[in-house]
Design a protein around this ligand. Sequence first.
Ligand code: FES
Ligand code: FES
Length: 172
Amino acid sequence: MPQIEIDVNGAHHSVPVEPRLLLVHLLRDKLELTGTHVGCDTSSCGACTVLLNGESVKSCTMFAVQADGSAVITIEGIGASDALHPMQEAFWKMHGLQCGYCTPGMIVSAVDLLRRNPDPSDDEIRAGIEGNLCRCTGYENIIRAVRSAAAALRNDESRHSVAELLPVGGSN
Ligand code: FES
Ligand code: FES
């Protein structure tokens, strides 16, 4: 069985994996990071979104072996319950979630969007999260949340670079 080397939320793992194991199942089943969800079997819902080397990917669309040598950040690495990332705080304050199933992937995609575009228009926010489906909210509060997080991050002088949009423990 191939052995892969992977950094997840800043921690290094050396893990044997079946060649056909999907990255999402490595994260959930072997590393017990169950904040990354599986919402479909068609690569369309985005619930499984993580950051791979700083860019959002749907972790159900790639094999774990393809992430060999990579740095992954999951929702657990974005923030913690006692130290929410500004994006998590904005989703909470602006009611950007209901059942919460889509929320980890939605937040990861939104963090990636602001990394690339710190001041997105509403249309750019819609485009940035178009790969993430939400069955509950109607998206409007999610857009408000992303807009609010973007403003908070732009005003936060302690975060001087886009890299600092990335989370605690993030290595990229
Ligand atoms: S579980 Fe990956 S896109 Fe739906
Ligand atoms: S909050 Fe339920 S699917 Fe988005």
